[in-house]
Structure formats: structure tokens, C-alpha cells
Design a protein around this ligand. Structure first.
Ligand SMILES: [Zn+2]
Length: 259
């Protein structure tokens, strides 16, 4: 059965896809993926993502500087990200956020870039995509400060936080995107949290080439595997995989204004 699905987060410019991207995209199309958001992590990665999108219409590009790449960004990289973000093809800004797992980039530099991405997204009326690793409280605090009690168009990507964090994100108007982590056996708590997220705020993603879902765990991930996460999310919400796919696809189309 083919589903109508959108992978809202992956990294198709990664070396892991250099050899066989056409086959990877073909497999995604075969299972019913209609769009794939490919996310930049640096200036050069954002440029690569734009190029890929120009070659493959299924790819929707997102440009930004990942917190782990914020230190190595050259002074004019941000100006170029700003320019790229305004291109009509670009559907969102990111990925941005905070990461306390890798200790290489001082947190104040990460916070500075996080704020810049949020401001840029607002300025150009596109959503932003948030990476959060071992930094839930800091991410929430910064988002709350920047939202000033209002709401924002954005995504907590590859969500693995607490139920409380999910609630606070939802209050700020954010969408919550689940990756293959939702399928891992030990992640009962994450599945319980996913059950509390309203249907109209759910998104699915792979974060490929990382985080392959359970049956493929440890191998290279690819957009076609979005179906596995979608299936688990459907089970959690007590609806069919086809219904969940329709729902998350509608959410993605509305949020990212996809054609
Ligand atoms: Zn990512």
C-alpha cells in the first residue's frame, strides 16, 4: 500500500547519500513520499541542499547553521544564509537550536545563532526548525523569551523530550516532529508523550542518514523509512497508518506552505 507521506527532516547532502541519491529518492517515491525537506547545517551544506532541490523537485530545501556548526561559521556565512532563506523555494529556516551533548561550541554562541534564526524566520514569515539535544530547559527558556507570550511557527524536530516540554512547545504554537526514535523498544515514555500531542500538531521525519527506525536500527536511514515512524505514531493514536499519513502530510503542507 502506498501512503501519502512527507519526510519533514533529513540531510540528503550528507556523504552517505552521495553514491545512490537517485535510488534513495526512487524508493521514497515508491512508498508514497511526496515531498522531502532536506535541511542545511552550515553555509556550504545549505548551498548543497539548494542545488539538490533544483535537481530533484521532490526536495524542499531548508537553510541554516546547526548549533554544532556555529563556531566554525565565517562572518559572512550568516549573510548568505539570510539571502538563501528568502528564496521562494526555501520552505523554512534551520536547523537551529541548542546542543549540550557535544561540548565544542560555547552555549552563548549557540544561543546567539538560535536567536538570529528565530528573528529571520519571523522577518520572512517562514517557520524555523529546532534541534534540541540535552538542552531542553535552555531551549524552552529561549523560545519563551523570543515568543514573548505569543506563538511561533516552528518545529521541535526529532522530538525526544519530556511530556512537560511537549506541552510547553505546543503552548507556543510549535509542531512536534517524531523520528525513528519513536520506534525504539525502550522509548515507552516517548510514545506516551506522543499520545498527548494533538493530531493537528504532529509531523514525521527520518533525520536521515541518522536514527534509522527499529527494524533498520544501526543502518543508514533514508526518507522511505518515514513510513515506519508513521505506523508507530498511528498505532499510538489509534488510527490507521493511512489516516496518520494524511494528517501529518496535511500538517506539513500547511506549516511549510508546500505546493
Ligand atoms: Zn537534522
Amino acid at each position: 500500500m502506498t501512503l501519502n507521506l512527507i519526510d519533514t527532516h533529513c540531510h540528503l547532502d550528507a556523504n552517505a547519500f552521495q553514491q545512490d541519491l537517485t535510488d534513495v529518492l526512487q524508493r521514497a517515491i515508491e512508498i508514497g513520499i511526496t515531498r522531502i525537506l532536506s535541511i542545511g547545517v552550515s553555509r556550504s551544506s545549505s548551498e548543497a541542499v539548494l542545488q539538490l532541490a533544483a535537481q530533484h523537485p521532490i526536495i524542499a530545501p531548508v537553510v541554516g547553521i546547526h548549533p554544532n556548526y556555529a563556531l566554525e561559521a565565517a562572518p559572512d556565512d550568516w549573510d548568505l544564509i539570510r539571502e538563501m532563506a528568502q528564496l521562494p523555494a526555501v520552505v523554512a529556516v534551520g536547523e537551529t537550536g541548542l546542543d549540550r551533548y557535544w561540548k565544542d561550541v560555547p552555549i552563548d554562541i549557540q544561543q546567539d545563532f538560535f536567536r538570529r534564526h528565530i528573528a529571520l524566520a519571523r522577518e520572512i514569515s517562514k517557520p524555523f526548525i529546532v534541534h534540541c539535544r540535552d538542552a531542553e530547559d535552555d531551549v524552552i527558556a529561549l523560545l519563551q523569551e523570543e515568543s514573548g507570550g505569543g506563538t511561533s511557527a516552528g518545529v521541535m524536530h526529532s522530538f525526544c523530550g519530556s511530556r512537560r516540554t511537549a506541552e510547553l512547545c505546543l503552548e507556543m504554537g510549535l509542531h512536534i516532529s517524531f523520528s525513528g526514535m519513536l520506534t525504539y523498544r525502550r522509548n515507552d515514555e516517548l510514545r506516551a508523550t506522543a499520545a498527548t500531542v494533538p493530531l493537528n500538531r504532529l509531523l514525521v521525519e527520518t533525520d536521515a542518514p541518522y536514527l534509522a527506525p527499529q527494524p533498520q536500527r544501526g543502518k543508514r536511514n533514508e526518507p522511505a523509512f518515514t513510513a515506519m515512524t508513521n505506523e508507530v505514531l498511528a498505532e499510538i493514536h489509534g488510527i490507521s497508518a493511512a489516516e496518520m499519513a494524511e494528517q501529518t502530510t496535511r500538517n506539513a503542507r500547511e506549516l511549510f506552505l508546500l505546493s
